[in-house]
Design a protein around this ligand. Sequence first.
Ligand code: KG4
Ligand code: ZN
Length: 373
Amino acid sequence: MRQSHILAIDTSCDETSVAISQSDCILANQLSSQIQAHKEWGGVVPSLARRKHEELIDLVISRALKYSRKALEDIDYFAVTLGPGLAIALEVGIAKAIELAQKYNKPIVAINHMEGHIYSSLARNSKGNPKHEYNFPLIAVLISGGHTEVVLMRNHGDYEIIGETLDDAIGECFDKVGRMLNLGYPAGPVVEKIAEKGNARRFSLPLPLANSNNPGFSYSGLKTASMKLITDLLPPLNEYGEKFARRQQGYNSIALKIERKEIIANICASFQDAAVAHLVDRLDFILKNKLNDLKIRDMIFAGGVSQNKYLKKILRRKYGKSCHLHFPVNKRLFTDNAGMIAVAAHFNILRNNYTKDYSLLDRKPGWRIGSIG
Ligand code: KG4
Ligand code: ZN
C-alpha cells in the first residue's frame, strides 16, 4: 500500500509549527517558537501570536519541505489543528491549510490539538522507529500549560475525558509559582532544575481533593499556598530594605543571599513534590475507582510537563511494574509541534476522517477531545 504524505500545521498557541510525515513516521517537524516575543509579558499575548504566525507560516512550511526533501506536489493530505487554542491564532493555520489544499486539490484532516498530544507518544521517526506496542483501552494523561486531563481511549478516535482540572492547569501553576520567584517564562523547567538542590520535605503543602470522590484536579489552592510561602519567607530585598538590613547588627549580605537561595530551592522542591503527589493521587483514584474494570495496562503521558524528570521517576516507581508507560521519544514532541498533528492525521485518514468540503473547517477554540466541538 502506498503510504500517504501529510503536511500538518499547528498554530494553536505560541509556536508556528509545520511537519511532514509519511503515514505515522515524521520526516520533518519544524517550528518557530515565539517564546522570546511573549516573554516580556509573562505569558502569551493572542494578538501578538497571530501576527507572528502570519509572519512565519510560509517560512516554516518551506523549511519543513526542504528538510523532508518533499515538494507541495508530493503531499496527499493537509492536516491542521482546529482547536483547542487561541481563536485568532488557530485561524492562521486553518486559512493556510485551506489555501494549499484548494490549490493542490487535496483533502484536509481536521485535528484536535489534545488528540495530537496523545499521538506525540506514538510517533515514529523517518526510519520507522520506535515500534510502539500498546493495547486499548488505555489512558492518556495530558499535562501542559493549558491542560490537565485524563482521557480514556478505547480505540483510535474514541476518547472520553475522565478527569480534568477544575481551575488551573499543572503547567500554569509551575509558571505562576516560578514567576513569583522571578524565574522567567515558562518557569516549569527552571523550577525543576532548582528543585534538584532543594529539600522536598522542608515545607508541607496541601494535597488538593485528598480523599474526595472527584476524579478532577485542582491546582489553584496549591498555587496560593506556595505563593503565601514565598511572600512570608522571601520579603523583597529592595534598595531600601538592603540599607535597612545593613544597619542591623550582624548583617551579612553573602549569608543572606545564600539563605535566600536555599529557601528558593526548598520551595521549588516542596511545590514540585506536592504538584506531582496531587497528580498521582487523582490518577490512582481514577484507576482504582473509575476504571478498575478496564484493567488499564498502557498509559500515555504527553504535554510540556511530562518532561519533568522528578514526575517520571515517581510515575515509573508507582506504575512501572503494572503498566507500560509511554512518553514522547524526543524533546520536540513534548511541547506543541505539528509532528504530533501529522501522526494523529494518519490515524484519522485510516478511518476516512477527512474532507474536501473546506467550508466545514472553522476554528474550535474550546474543542473538548471526544466531543464534536
Ligand atoms: O505542552 P506545552 O509546551 O504547551 C502548552 O501549554 O500547550 O507545555 C508548556 C508547559 C509550561 O507551563 C511549562 O512551564 C511546562 O509545560 N513545563 C514544565 C517542564 N517543562 C515544561 N513543567 C514542569 N517541569 C518541566 N520540566
Ligand atoms: Zn499543547
